[in-house]
Ligand binder design. Sequence first.
Ligand SMILES: [Zn+2]
Length: 124
Amino acid sequence: MSQLNFDTQAARKLINDQLQEVSEELRMLEPRLENKPDFGLGAGSPGVYSWEMALNRQERATQQQEELRQALERIEAGVYGICQQCGQPINPERLEILPATPLCVACSAAIEESGVQPDVVLAV
Ligand SMILES: [Zn+2]
């Protein structure tokens, strides 16, 4: 594992920054989700629409938060930057853009093609 040529300190900082952003977003979404609209208004009404948008963002942010936490755990475990699917090192440039990614480009593309959700793979 000594051949990993990127800085896990930098990755940790990047991930912590993103984690903070996601937590901030979740905090901002909370009051919007508390006021559940009257669904009797119908799915197309602006109140229901904006509530559903907030819910979508919350789900995505929660998933992102989980991915970022797992990435931090991989740093702690010394396996950060290793593809969770094939065990090959992930391209450092990819990690700079997607610091929380658990997969190399090839595996990520294969999963997208097969239509399997990445979080299903993560759960294995
Ligand atoms: Zn891979």
